[in-house]
Write a protein that binds this ligand. Sequence first.
Ligand SMILES: [Zn+2]
Length: 269
Amino acid sequence: MMVANVGSKKGLPEGLWTKCKKCEQIIFQKDFEENFMVCPKCGYYVRLNSAERIKYLTDKNSFKELNAGMKPVDVIEFPGYKVKKDSYKTKDAICTGEAKMGGYPVAIGVMDFEYMGGSMGSVVGEKIVRLIEKAIEKKLPVILVCASGGARMQEGIISLMQMAKTSAALAKLGKKGLPYISVLTDPTTGGVAASYAMLGDVIIAEPNALIGFAGPRVIEQTIRQQLPKGFQLSEFLMKHGMVDMVVERKNLKDTIIKILKFFVFNKAK
Ligand SMILES: [Zn+2]
């Protein structure tokens, strides 16, 4: 978690105060939460986990999780993976389900960066495909909120295959005339950026999010040139046509609802 709880050290009730990672100001936890976990002093975006994101994006009590029990398997017997994969709060790096947004039914998936850097393995791919299949069956728009370091090396080639698998499922969705809205948050990189993250009919990014395939250091070493300022940040990508809009977190739900209304729910019967 990006916010350290300092309450206990000062003898205050736990969870009452938090310290902003960027400006280091001590802030009321409630003020942070009411501001969508964006620092009220400096505007720093705290990374959200899937539960927090779902709470902010969907209508109250409308979210019904799908395939909640799905767990990763140590297929290639990668050293340490067997223990590591079961040492987190969530079972894998994505939570998917059906929900309502502004009263509209949607299929939504939210990645968890907290779980192994939001890496995409077989479970992430399979849950996304099943979500898309559910959306096709029930004629729902799909929303995916991305936060990922890329493909999961602990699953080797199996994780790379998820790029093709999710892309194929999204192509099917498109053929049915159902929209897919992609929301890119900090960071969206590697195999996720190179597949479903960038395939949205509408691609929205949170401000200042790192979005790209390889990191800036790797690119600089490869091309032996210095990269321009702000390279791979949301605003730079929008300027160069890779992202449709940069939307502040507090306006994200309303913006998605507006898009849904425009594309799906406002059509003449
Ligand atoms: Zn701050």
